[in-house]
Design a protein around this ligand. Structure first.
Ligand code: SAM
Length: 326
């Protein structure tokens, strides 16, 4: 479309654009055009432009991305996992409308799914309603690492990215880190990338297959040993080995504290995840750890951290606890 533009050499482009923007004259509805060595900056009021050459020039209309909210008239709740979009809707009809809007919008999505159950069973995999597309395998990026996974076969929550990063930042080169409930490796792989020697276990064979693939994908296979199986049965092979233990199995981690103590070296930090009522977020976990580790170890709680709200009045929390052989 032909619109009034300030014409300047490209070399003066940024200062000119800035001066016009300061005077509130840049027209936001059109794109700036570059042709050869000349820049055309669309302006809202050519008569108000002072000290520049104003011409009429062809500039494309600026297209603002269409969001699902533009199409629906309300802001839907959804999150991304690679190129899968996960909506969070109890009403199936509303979920379908949101899926349609996501596909019609400029959100990049190969598949749209809705949660069809809570995470469940030993492997903590949930059921999904696939609302659009069919591919449930994806590659998700988190803090510079890539994780391949299939949401119908393994547990993975993108909401824990910040929490995982908090733990990984504590890792020191050369330490022995044991991820007892490793999933596809979102703790194990960054810990190996931080130069820890990592052992990762998971009872879900599919998760361990993905973990091995993800270790290769992120170039850390030489520092990751992965085992499929019940961590309790692997403990004998790693007795006294771990300087760091990740226990990300909220609800049931307490049942594995004896195993954790077996795995612990003379100095060991445990990242213990729990879900508790707001009235007593940390003390049940702390008591359970002391019961399992004392008197063989001195127990110090380093951090009491709330990861996220889990349900009304319930929180997903993490205790970073140091064990030192007494
Ligand atoms: N840490 C991973 C993450 O952040 O994505 C996975 C956490 S998920 C909440 C818990 C994992 O523990 C599941 O992948 C499940 O298969 C595994 N698991 C459950 N019981 C186990 C056991 N006895 N031994 C080893 N892994 C187990």
């Amino acid at each position: 479309m032909e619109v009034p533009c300030v014409r300047v050499p490209v070399s003066e482009g940024e200062t000119t654009r800035q001066r016009l923007a300061d005077a509130d004259l840049v027209d936001p509805d059109f794109d700036i055009v570059v042709e050869d060595d000349t820049l055309y900056v669309p302006v809202t009021d050519p008569d108000a432009v002072d000290g520049f050459d104003v011409v009429t020039h062809d500039a494309p209309e600026r297209r603002t991305p269409t969001t699902p909210a533009d199409l629906l008239g309300f802001e839907p709740t959804y999150e991304r996992l690679g190129d899968i979009v996960i909506v969070d809707e109890d009403d199936p009809e509303r979920a379908r409308d949101i899926a349609d809007a996501i596909l019609e919008s400029d959100v990049r999505a190969k598949t749209v799914v809705n949660r069809a159950s809570k995470v469940k069973g030993e492997t903590r995999v949930r059921d999904w309603d696939v609302l659009a597309g069919s591919e449930t395998e994806t590659v998700h990026r988190e803090y510079g690492h890539e994780f391949s996974l299939d949401i119908t076969q393994v547990y993975f929550s993108p909401r824990l990215a910040t929490e995982r990063h908090r733990v990984v930042e504590q890792v020191e080169a050369g330490e022995h880190a044991f991820d007892m409930f490793a999933g596809v490796g979102p703790y194990a792989i960054p810990m190996a990338d931080a130069s820890a020697n990592v052992v990762a276990t998971d009872i879900n064979e599919a998760a361990i297959d993905y973990l091995r693939e993800n270790a290769r994908r992120n170039g850390v296979s030489d520092r990751v040993t992965a085992h499929a199986g019940d961590v309790r049965e692997l403990a004998a092979d790693y007795e006294g080995w771990a300087n760091r233990l990740v226990m990300n199995l909220p609800h049931s981690a307490g049942e594995f504290l004896d195993t954790a103590v077996r795995l612990a070296a003379d100095d060991c930090t445990i990242h213990y995840y729990d879900i508790q009522h707001e009235s007593e977020k940390y003390s049940p976990g702390e008591r359970a750890i002391r019961d399992a580790a004392e008197p063989d170890y001195d127990v110090t709680v380093g951090t009491r951290h709330t990861v996220r709200s889990y349900a009304p009045h319930e929180y997903n929390v993490c205790l970073d606890v140091h064990l030192t052989r007494a």
